[in-house]
Design a protein around this ligand. Structure first.
Ligand code: HAS
Ligand code: CU
Length: 553
């Protein structure tokens, strides 16, 4: 057997100034997170009919607070984290530095864009929620700001492509190292996915908010929004998958069993971009057949995550057995739970099981009618986005912040406690929200002031408030650890990015090697998007292009 060409680099160091930009991204993301969670607390209490928002200085409405919570946490934190973290994993995977200018440009775009959007939201001119489509209208600075945030991701993607090209020139015929493959695939998927929001903002919302057009079409803006609004969840999730596949096995003391399976999972995410109609099952004006087709495609996206579940579980099992576990399940308890980075992320995975199952319920066309627009949906996405992703960010931060600052973590013990507290909190929170949702408890409604209420919402509302408070306290503990690490952590030599080796090295020939031909997957994904969205848009657009102001009776 010939020796495999494995191009994984070792002993990698990024130039200081590039590391600094990555640090700014991560710190900026967490600073935004700190503000974002403040606005989560009043949301949780609202379900228990307690009106906290009136005590928030300068905040005038429930919807202003809800928009800040969603946009800061779900859009700005996630982009800042991904731009920084995935830039690092690209560089680490390829073992080479990035393009410094593109790295800086991406950061400035993100910063300026986020500040513009924050200005609009804080001044009460953009209470349109993080799912921003017509007929709600925001100040133009909100749309322009978010457009810049999206452009920052394209610049990051361009940086990856340039760096990959340079790498390929020196490594002809070699497989792309796995960590770089996952990183580049994540952003290529997002490049396609973000087209919907880009078109919505540039051609419809921005001109409308500037008064250049008299009106806009709500269903069209919704459809374009959800074209992006579904796969944006992959943009949140895949950076975490890079950690779960590429780092957690190493951190646990195990190994990843299949390079090929990992690449197939990422390719599936690139392909399955166009399923956004599952957010529009209740929208009139979209053919029922198209909704059914989207439901079926949505079941398709279950597979890459199920593959991930088994692959990561097996990696953890290898770790547990290496540590001496013999029984059927005892390996699970032998992984290094005292490492906060690991405990946070494994708990995030457990939450993701529940989040994933609730996703299947949402995706079922008929079940969706029961849960749509109810508290069930925030119950679902606080397990997925709010825990699988957010708790993993915190877990990653437990090594990343020490790595970026050359200091050791202030209190690993506090980190472990924090991750368990968060996990307990979200289980109570989401259970309450789902229970209430099944009884019709609405989402996005100021229940604290509502004149109606059902007895069946009472316990769920209290659970949401208690669980939300526990999550809030946990995030506060996370920030204590973060600030103390930066301010008072012991200086330590800069470690390395945790980097997993696979049990089977990547195949050099045959169909598996073809997985690296990323441009074909991109073309296939664009083609699938056109097949799903093309006929609808062709039928829908002509009568609706002549846009007039909305008429209210
Ligand atoms: Fe979702 C709505 C369907 C995944 C986020 N979703 C939302 C919204 C958000 C969101 C934010 O079909 C609300 C949008 C809004 O404001 O209106 N979702 C799905 C499906 C999946 C899914 C089928 N969602 C996510 C992820 C998100 C996210 C990921 C964020 C990161 N979702 C929907 C639908 C709606 C929706 C409908 C619209 C509802 C409506 O009516 O409005 C799937 O991709 C889920 C697959 C996941 C799995 C779990 C795999 C488990 C893993 C963990 C492994 C554990 C280990 C530990 C290794 C199959 C990988 C093991 C150890 C042991 C010992 C056990
Ligand atoms: Cu979706």
């Amino acid at each position: 057997m010939s020796t495999p060409i494995v191009a994984e680099s070792k002993g990698f160091e990024l130039p200081r100034e590039q590391l600094a930009v990555i640090r700014w991204n991560i710190i900026f993301g967490f600073a935004i997170f700190a503000i974002g969670v403040l606005f989560g607390l009043d949301q949780a209490f609202n379900y228990a009919k307690v009106d906290l928002i009136k005590d928030y200085p300068g905040i005038h409405s429930y919807y202003q607070g809800l928009t800040l919570h969603g946009v800061l946490n779900a859009l700005v934190l996630t982009t800042a984290f991904a731009n920084g973290f995935v830039a690092l994993t690209t560089a680490r995977g390829l073992g080479r530095k990035l393009n410094g200018a593109l790295l800086r440009i991406a950061f400035w775009l993100l910063l300026i864009g986020s500040l513009l959007a924050a200005f609009a939201m804080l001044t009460g001119q953009a209470s349109v929620l993080y799912t921003f489509y017509a007929p709600l209208q925001a100040h133009w600075t909100f749309y322009l700001g978010l457009a810049l945030v999206v452009i920052s991701t394209w610049v990051t993607s361009a940086n990856q492509i340039v760096t990959l090209r340079n790498w390929r020139r020196e490594h002809r015929g070699e497989r792309i190292p796995l960590m770089a493959f996952m990183s580049v695939a994540t952003y290529l998927m997002w490049d396609i996915a973000s087209a919907g929001i880009a078109i919505e903002v540039v051609f419809l919302l921005l001109p409308w908010s500037l008064g250049l057009t008299a009106g806009t079409d709500p269903l069209l803006t919704r459809t374009l929004f959800w074209f992006t609004g579904h796969p944006i969840v992959y943009f949140w999730l895949l950076p975490i998958y890079i950690s779960w596949y590429g780092m957690i096995p190493k951190q646990a003391g195990g190994a990843l069993f299949s390079d090929t399976l990992t690449r197939i999972a990422f390719v599936m995410f690139i392909l399955l971009v166009p399923v956004g109609f599952h957010h529009q099952f209740t929208d009139p004006g979209i053919p029922v057949g198209l909704k059914y087709a989207s439901a079926v495609l949505t079941f398709g996206i279950f597979f890459p995550s199920l593959m991930t579940a088994f692959a990561v579980m097996y990696a953890l099992e290898i770790a547990g057995r290496r540590a001496g576990a013999k029984g059927l399940v005892s390996w699970f308890f032998r992984i290094p739970w005292n490492n906060p980075s690991l405990s946070a992320q494994v708990l995030a995975m457990l939450a993701f099981f529940l989040g994933g199952i609730s996703g299947l319920m949402n995706a079922s066309f008929s079940m969706n009618l029961r849960v749509h627009n109810t508290a069930f949906i925030p119950g679902h996405f606080h397990l997925t986005l709010g825990t699988a992703v957010a708790l993993s960010y915190m877990g990653i931060a437990y090594w990343l912040i020490p790595y970026l600052y050359g200091r050791s973590l202030w209190s690993p013990r506090l980190g472990v406690i924090q991750s368990f507290v968060y996990f307990g909190g979200v289980l109570i929170f989401s259970r309450g929200m789902m229970m209430g949702g099944m009884e019709g408890m609405p989402r996005r409604t100021q229940l604290a002031l509502a004149s109606y209420n059902l007895p069946a919402w009472h316990i769920p509302g209290i659970m949401a408030a208690i669980g939300g408070t526990i999550m809030f306290v946990s995030v506060a503990l996370f920030f204590v650890n973060l600030v103390m690490t930066v301010a008072a952590g012991e200086e330590a030599a800069q470690g390395d990015v945790p980097f997993t080796e696979t049990v089977q090295p990547p195949a050099q020939t045959g169909w598996e090697a073809k997985l690296d031909a990323l441009r074909y997957w991109v073309v296939a994904s664009v083609a699938l998007s056109l097949i799903v969205y093309g006929p609808f848009l062709i039928a829908y657009l002509p009568p609706h292009l002549n846009i007039r102001p909305l008429q209210f009776p």
